[in-house]
Design a protein around this ligand. Structure first.
Ligand code: AMP
Length: 224
């Protein structure tokens, strides 16, 4: 669980997934999305997937004990040796406290926490048009990065679909949950002196350049 640990904090639609994928490709750090892990478990029909499903469809958070067990299992895999980018974790104070304690136990370095800041109207607009590739996980958007052919992923030609929890009423609930349960983590990490805030409303390329500059330059592929 050592190496560089980057936590992307932000509301649904703030760009965590898009940026985490790009950061991972540029630095070689593993990309760990707890949302993706739950969706994979659902596709495979595991007990964890089934348990998480009801919460996710409502836009609620999955209980901390399930998330933590899954996350701590995942970070033990060999691809995390150099570090990892966390996307969608932690989402509650108990999750953040458990992560801090685990990192301290391992003598790991402090994580770099980046808040992708975005206003609620833009969050809802972004999530409502979001399209995900069923094959490669590429993220596009009906208005902001429209597919060249309708319904077809620009990267791999796979089928694009809308996540069930990106329906407007579920997105509104997820945004409310974000403010109630996740936003307090901004203060939690600010108190630890490890928080940086980035304006998430800009073009994805601009946000990415800023993120890359924050991550140790030596981590960028081709420079080490
Ligand atoms: P995401 O793909 O990150 O938007 O996550 C989709 C859904 O998975 C969330 O709305 C939650 O229901 C669940 N989820 C993902 N990560 C967490 C987490 N760290 N804690 C609790 N629930 C989570």
């Amino acid at each position: 669980m050592g190496g560089s640990i980057i936590i992307l904090l932000g509301a649904p639609g703030a760009g965590k997934g898009t940026q985490a994928k790009r950061l991972s490709a540029a630095t070689g750090l593993a990309h760990i999305s707890t949302g993706d892990l739950f969706r994979e478990n659902q596709t495979q029909g595991t007990p964890l997937g089934l348990e998480a499903k009801g919460y996710m469809e409502k836009g609620a958070l999955v209980p901390d004990d399930l998330v933590l067990r899954m996350l701590f299992d995942r970070v033990e895999r060999a691809d995390t040796r150099e570090g990892y980018v966390l996307d969608g974790f932690p989402r509650t104070e108990p999750q953040a406290v458990a992560l801090t304690a685990a990192l301290e136990r391992k003598g790991a370095a402090c994580p770099l926490v980046v808040q992708l800041d975005l206003d609620d109207r833009t969050i809802i607009e972004r999530a409502a048009g979001r399209l995900i590739c069923k094959s490669c996980g590429n993220i596009q958007h009906l208005s902001f990065s429209p597919p060249r052919a309708p319904g077809i992923c620009d990267v791999c030609g796979g089928e694009l679909h809308q996540r069930k929890d990106d329906q407007p009423d579920v997105v509104r609930e997820r945004v409310a949950v974000y403010h109630r349960q996740t936003a307090p983590l901004v203060a939690y990490y600010a108190r630890q002196g490890v928080l940086t805030t980035v304006d998430g409303s800009r073009e994805p390329d601009d946000v990415f350049q800023e993120l890359l500059a924050l991550v140790q330059p030596s981590r960028v592929r081709g420079e080490d």
